[in-house]
Each structure stands twice: as structure tokens, then as C-alpha cells.
Design a protein around this ligand. Structure first.
Ligand SMILES: Cc1ncc(C[n+]2csc(CCOP(=O)(O)OP(=O)(O)O)c2C)c(N)n1
Ligand SMILES: [Mg+2]
Length: 729
């Protein structure tokens, strides 16, 4: 594979058609024409209300065909965007498959009727499920390229293994594959685009970035997006890139640009950037009329460059096809298309009861008994008890044991590595950092810098790359340094990572783990180092959300998170990392706790308190005082897993005590407790002897001054008062 010699542009086929044969040129035209005709036909079908949306690839056909002829279907990896119909056809997708998405058929291979048309997903072709947010595919393509490189360096990691997600996650890699990712000119304004350029440049990754520049993003022209109006000029200073700027309406010129780019990437020199100037003859979509913002003269200038007519003229001029030949080809395309349309219109729609299928893995159920194992602390020789460890210790130990067990695990995030400058470690000049809370300390030293490394200071970069890696079969266990700064990753966390499986109808999955340091009670943590906000994430279907309160639960749940087949948000309370409360001996390398199983911290008969995280020790303190002083017996339930949550344990407890408080650290209104309280009111109304109460933070942010922090966050005294009051109700 990767040698360090770069094939110079002049070495790539110098023949008349840049190495394309006459047959390939005819085939290129057939594919371009097919692509345009599908658009035309879909527009008609939309007007007849036989399909429900249309977005065209018109004007972008030459780029797609050129890329598809250079790159290898099912070998290279593709993160296309909605204008890449011609690319997908060239890679082997059929018009019928595309039309199935238009009608929203059960058999739609892209999404089973879940996504709009032109949202490509063809697992056999390595065309990875695409979404609608502009630009969210780009970082995933970077992660995909990193995964390919990782498996080439660690081929053993690609092997199937049993007992966890690997049983269901086949890996294939080639060693010199490239990742293709395309986007429009407007999308270059998204921050994630720049984050992707950054990492692919720094790590010299084999990614081909393709900007299909039609000079508009809906109605906004390129000069509003790009300083100077030309993205190539702007990027020219990025190191390690191979740059191409081409007339993307000319398939032959564009083919040569892709051939040079692919050669550069395959040889391991770094990423390539293909800037293709194209046109957009059909407005942005059927919902847009570009005559409102583009004068006729400008539109006519574009029309003169239409790739379909240009290619037709080219074939005639070169004597590759005569008029008859062209007519014959076009007629055949239209006949075939008609047959595909007829067939697609007959296709069965999906069954309504299938809607929740593939929200989570159908293969691995992390709530099942398979994930319930007993702690097996290592025996200590002199008969002493094994030492009680903190939550931070046990998370670190669990990460270490899992990395030992599963070579697919990689870890990255801000400051996660011991030291990015590897030689300092090797020469033993420094001890190493391993996370601002030291949760990953020593892991780079133990497992190497290609398994534990620092990310740039960019949260979308962390989650986006992890999503791409997990799609390829790696198990990224990444870290968001503070929950307060998770928001740049929100597009990936809300619209990408947890949706990969559902939106592709189980064609792809991305079971990554995102560890996040969360929470307050820090004395001085203030607004931006104290936030909770877990309910924002429990509101996302497809994402598992875990929030342990003690060392043993953290170890058991983290292991389940890593071994399961779903994406997991693993929330680690900073205040609990080194707390005396909840320390435990290391439970051994196979200790697991199933998701969705609460822990009854103490049994009681008078009142149920349902909580989790750092409120657990505070509620316990309050409950003990209440029993001491007033003889009230509180049943304290630690949910520890928030999505899914243990309704059965809650329900049993409320049936027993008939009184319930839901307590949580986040601000009161719209918080996690609202869902629990609503469910209790709904299903256990006749069991209640008192209203459902919530104890939570004030509806503000956490202030710096400790007096204010205490007043804002729920304290043991607040819990005590509420418990006493409700027990007397
Ligand atoms: C994050 C996000 N913001 C806004 C939109 C709505 N939207 C869809 S396409 C588009 C314009 C994209 O323009 P460009 O990147 O130039 O691609 P083109 O459609 O011109 O090929 C916009 C604003 C979106 N899908 N995603
Ligand atoms: Mg555009």
C-alpha cells in the first residue's frame, strides 16, 4: 500500500480522453442521461403527487460519473450528498432503487421509506447513509478514512469475535481505500467542514473532498459564503492536500482530476480537494423558483454549460456516437426508466407497526440478562479486603481492561492522551496527563498513540469522527471534557450518531461511546463547569443514556456501554469521581450491569425517592436523618440508567409506598423528572396518596459564589424538607 511517492498529474493517462475508452465515454453519457431523466421523471411524479419530495442532481451529473468511474464501488467509501445521483448510478445503484425511495417503499434499500429521496444509502456499495443537515457527513468521512487506516495497521482487530457487538459488525478494509465526501459551495460555510479539513490535513488521511460549486445555496450566492468567492483560493494554504479545480460540467477533465486525486490519496500522501464548477438548472428543489433571485441572462449563461448537452456534442464531435446512436441510447434509457417507474409505483409501503424497528440494535439487547454478571474482585493474598477504589479509578481500570480485550477500541478527545508528543513519553521526560480528570491516564502508554490520542479542540470533530469510525466497525470511546461544552457536537448527537441505524433501516450502525464529565456541587464550578441537561439527550431516540452514582455501577455500566451495539452517552459526575461515597474494589474484567435496571439503595415502606447521579448520596443522607428523627422509612431508588429507565422498579416501589418524589440535579422545569412524574401520574394515579413531587435545581444556571451554588442546587436539606412534607401529606 501507501508508498510515499506521489504520482504526478502528468503521469496519469495522457491519451486523448484522459485514459477513458470510447465505450466508457458512451457509458458515461448513458449514466448522465439516466440521472437527468430520473430527475425529470421524479418531478412529474411529484406534480402528480405519486411521490412526496424531489431534489435533483441536474447539472452535477458529470462530476458524479467522473468520480464513480475512478473510485471503486464496495471498495472505497462514499459520503455523498443529495446531488450525487449520477455518482450512485455509476457505482451500481439502479433507477428502480432510487424510485423506491421516492415512493417511500418498504423495499427502498436506502431507508425503507424513512428518508426523502436522494438520501443515499447502499451498504453493498459502501455508500453510507446520508442525512439532510448540510455538512454533517464530512467529519464522518474523516472518521471512516481513519478506520480504514487503523484496520490496515491492526488487521487482527477486524476479526469477528463473540460476546459483544463484534459478533454482528463485520469489518472490511483494503489498505489503500479512499473516502469520498461531497458537499455544495454553501456548505463550505459550516464549521464542521473546516474541522474535517483540519484533521484530514493533520493526519494525512485519504479523504477526497469534493465541492460541487453551483454558485448558490438555495438563493444565497457564493460570495456571501466564501471570502473572495472561490473556495480553492481560500484553501490553498492547507498543508498535505492535493488540489484540483475543474470545470465540473466536463466529465473527461473531471475524470482526470479524480484520477490524480485518488492516486495521491491511495499512495498515502494525504487528502485531496476537488473543486468542481457546476450548474443548477432546476432551481434548488421543487419548492424553489430561482427566477425570483437570478436574472435570465445569468441562467442562460449556465444553460450553455449544461453537462448533458455538452457531453452529447462531445460524442458527436469526436465521432464516438452519431445522432442515431445517441437517439438509440436515449430511447433505451427512457424505456428502462418507464419500466422502473411502473414497478416502483406498485411497490408496497412499509407497515406502520415497523416504525420503531431498528431504533436500537436488533442483535444485542443491553437490557438483557447476558449483561448481568457478578463482581469478581481480585483476591488479596494476605487475607485483607481488596482496596476500595474511586469511580475515577474504576472507570480507568475498566477502560484499560476493555482495550486489552478488544483491539477495535480507540480513544480520543481533548487532553485524553498522556502526551501528544510521543517522544517525550518514550524518553520518559514526562509523566503524562491522560485527561483533565485523569480518567484516561496511562492508556496511551499501555496501548500506543494510534489507539489513544488527542483531538483538536472541537467537539463536533470528536463525535463526527467517532460516528464515521463506528460505522466502519471500530469502537470509539471518546470523551467530551465538560458537559457544558457538548453543544458544538449537538448536530452529530441529535441528527447523526443515534440515527444511523434507524434511518438506514439497519443498513448501517454506529455504536460509539461518548463519555462526558457532567454536573455541579463543585464549589466554584460556576455556570460553565456545572451543567447537567441529561433530559435533552434522553429525548433522542436511538441513544442510550447512562448516569452512574458510584464506582461499581460506573464500572459495570461502562463495560455494558462498550460491549453493546448501540450508541451510548455515558455521563460521569465530576463530583463523584473521587468521592468517599460509593467506592468499591475493582469488580474484575467482566463485570457488567444491564441497562435499564435501577438499584434500590435502601428499601422503605413510607415514601419512594427516585433519583440518580450526585443526588443519590444527598438523598441518602436526608433519608437516614428522616428515619432517625421521624421514623419515616424512605425507599431510595438510583435509576443509574436514564434511557432506557427501569419503570418496573419505580412502579413496584410506588405501589408499595403510595408517595413519591423525583429528585434530580438539573433545573426543575422540563427536566428528566417531568417524564417520570408524568408516567407515574398516568399509570399509577390510583396508587397515590399524595401528589408526585419534584426536587431539583432552581430554574437558573449554577453560580460561582458557593452561597449561590448551594442555593441553586438541590441540597440534602431541601430533600429532607420535601420528604418530611410529603410523608405527612
Ligand atoms: C444545517 C442545515 N442548514 C440548512 C439546511 C437547509 N438547506 C438545504 S440545502 C441548502 C443549501 C445548500 O447549498 P449548497 O451547499 O451550495 O448545495 P447545493 O444545494 O447548491 O448543491 C440549505 C440552506 C440544511 N439542510 N441543513
Ligand atoms: Mg450550491
Amino acid at each position: 500500500m501507501a508508498t510515499k511517492t506521489y504520482t504526478k498529474p502528468s503521469d496519469v493517462a495522457e491519451s486523448a480522453y484522459q485514459g477513458l475508452s470510447r465505450e466508457q465515454l458512451v457509458e458515461a453519457y448513458r449514466l448522465m442521461y439516466t440521472s437527468r431523466k430520473i430527475d425529470d421523471r421524479e418531478i412529474l411524479l411529484k406534480r402528480q403527487q405519486r411521490i412526496f419530495f424531489q431534489i435533483s442532481g441536474a447539472g452535477h451529473e458529470a462530476v458524479g460519473v467522473a468520480a464513480g468511474l475512478v473510485l471503486k464501488s464496495g471498495y472505497d467509501w462514499f459520503y455523498p450528498y443529495y446531488r450525487d445521483r449520477a455518482l450512485c448510478l455509476t457505482l451500481g445503484a439502479t433507477p428502480y432503487q432510487m424510485l423506491l425511495q421516492g415512493v417511500g417503499a418498504a423495499d427502498d434499500p436506502n431507508s425503507g421509506g424513512r428518508q426523502m429521496p436522494s438520501h443515499w444509502s447502499f451498504p453493498e456499495l459502501n455508500v453510507v447513509t446520508q442525512s439532510s443537515p448540510t455538512g454533517s457527513q464530512i467529519l464522518q468521512a474523516v472518521g471512516c478514512a481513519e478506520a480504514g487506516r487503523y484496520f490496515a495497521a491492526h488487521p487482527e482487530a477486524a476479526k469477528k469475535a463473540s460476546g459483544d457487538y463484534r459478533e454482528f459488525k463485520d469489518v472490511h478494509f483494503q489498505g489503500d481505500e479512499v473516502a469520498y465526501v461531497s458537499l455544495g459551495d454553501g456548505t463550505t460555510s459550516e464549521g464542521e467542514f473546516w474541522e474535517a479539513l483540519n484533521t484530514s490535513s493533520n493526519r494525512k488521511l485519504p479523504v477526497i473532498f469534493v465541492v460541487e460549486d453551483n454558485e448558490y445555496a438555495i438563493s444565497v450566492p457564493v460570495e456571501v459564503q466564501t471570502p473572495g468567492g472561490n473556495i480553492s483560493r481560500l484553501l490553498s494554504g492547507f498543508p498535505n492536500f492535493h488540489f484540483e479545480e475543474v470545470d465540473g460540467t466536463d466529465p473527461v477533465e473531471t475524470y482526470a482530476a479524480f484520477a490524480r486525486s485518488a492516486a495521491y490519496c491511495r499512495e498515502g500522501n494525504g487528502p485531496a480537494f476537488v473543486h468542481a464548477h457546476v450548474i443548477r438548472p432546476y432551481s434548488h428543489s421543487l419548492s424553489d423558483d430561482e427566477r425570483l433571485y437570478r436574472p435570465d441572462a445569468e441562467r442562460q449563461r449556465d444553460a450553455a454549460r449544461d453537462p448533458i448537452t455538452r457531453m452529447q456534442m462531445f460524442l458527436l464531435r469526436e465521432g464516438i456516437l452519431d445522432e442515431k446512436g445517441i437517439n438509440r441510447l436515449e430511447k433505451q434509457v427512457e424505456e428502462d426508466l418507464q419500466a422502473a417507474v411502473d414497478q416502483a409505483l406498485e411497490a408496497e409501503p412499509p407497515k406502520p407497526e415497523s416504525v420503531t424497528q431498528f431504533v436500537y440494535s436488533p442483535d444485542v439487547d443491553p437490557t438483557s440478562a447476558v449483561f448481568a454478571t457478578a463482581p469478581a474482585p481480585v483476591a488479596v493474598s494476605d487475607g485483607k479486603k481488596p482496596a476500595a477504589k474511586t469511580m475515577a479509578d474504576l472507570i480507568n481500570a475498566t477502560l484499560r481492561d476493555e482495550m486489552q480485550r478488544d483491539e477495535r477500541i480507540v480513544m480520543f478527545g481533548e487532553d485524553v492522551a498522556d502526551c501528544s508528543r510521543d517522544q517525550y513519553l518514550q524518553e520518559k521526560l514526562i509523566k503524562g496527563k491522560g485527561g483533565v480528570f485523569k480518567l484516561t491516564a496511562g492508556l496511551q502508554g499501555d496501548f500506543g498513540s494510534d489507539r489513544v490520542f488527542n483531538s483538536p479542540l472541537a467537539e463536533a470533530n470528536i463525535v463526527g469522527r467517532a460516528t464515521g469510525m463506528a460505522t466502519r466497525g471500530l469502537k470509539p470511546v471518546v470523551e467530551i471534557q465538560f458537559f457544558d461544552y457538548i453543544w458544538p457536537a449537538m448536530m452529530q448527537l441529535r441528527n447523526e450518531l443515534p440515527l444511523i441505524r434507524w434511518r438506514s433501516n439497519n443498513g448501517f450502525s454506529a455504536p460509539a461511546v461518548v463519555r462526558v464529565a457532567i454536573g455541579g456541587y463543585l464549589t466554584g464550578g460556576a455556570i460553565y463547569h456545572s451543567q447537567c441537561g441529561e433530559s435533552i439527550f434522553t429525548h433522542i431516540p436511538g441513544l442510550r443514556v447512562v448516569f452512574p452514582s458510584n464506582a461499581l455501577d460506573a464500572a459495570g455500566l461502562l463495560r455494558t456501554a462498550i460491549r453493546c451495539d448501540d450508541p451510548v452517552l455515558f455521563l460521569e459526575h465530576k463530583r463523584l469521581y473521587r468521592e468517599t461515597f460509593g467506592r468499591a474494589p475493582y469488580p474484575g474484567p467482566d463485570y457488567m450491569i444491564p441497562f435499564g435496571k435501577a438499584k434500590v439503595v435502601q428499601e422503605g415502606s413510607d415514601l419512594s425517592v427516585i433519583t440518580y447521579g450526585a443526588v443519590v448520596p444527598r438523598a441518602l443522607q436526608a433519608a437516614q436523618k428522616l428515619e432517625r428523627e421521624h421514623g419515616v422509612k424512605v425507599e431510595l431508588i438510583d435509576l443509574r440508567c436514564l434511557s432506557p429507565f427501569d419503570w418496573e422498579t419505580i412502579s413496584d416501589s410506588v405501589r408499595k409506598t403510595n408517595r413519591v418524589i423525583v429528585a434530580y440535579e438539573d433545573s426543575l422545569s422540563w427536566g428528566y423528572g417531568a417524564e417520570i412524574a408524568a408516567r407515574i401520574a398516568d399509570e399509577l394515579f390510583d396508587q397515590l396518596d399524595a401528589p408526585v413531587r419534584r426536587v431539583a435545581a432552581k430554574d437558573t444556571f449554577v453560580a460561582y459564589q458557593p452561597i449561590l451554588e448551594d442555593a441553586i442546587l438541590p441540597q440534602a436539606d431541601d430533600l429532607f424538607r420535601a420528604m418530611k412534607e410529603l410523608s405527612e401529606y
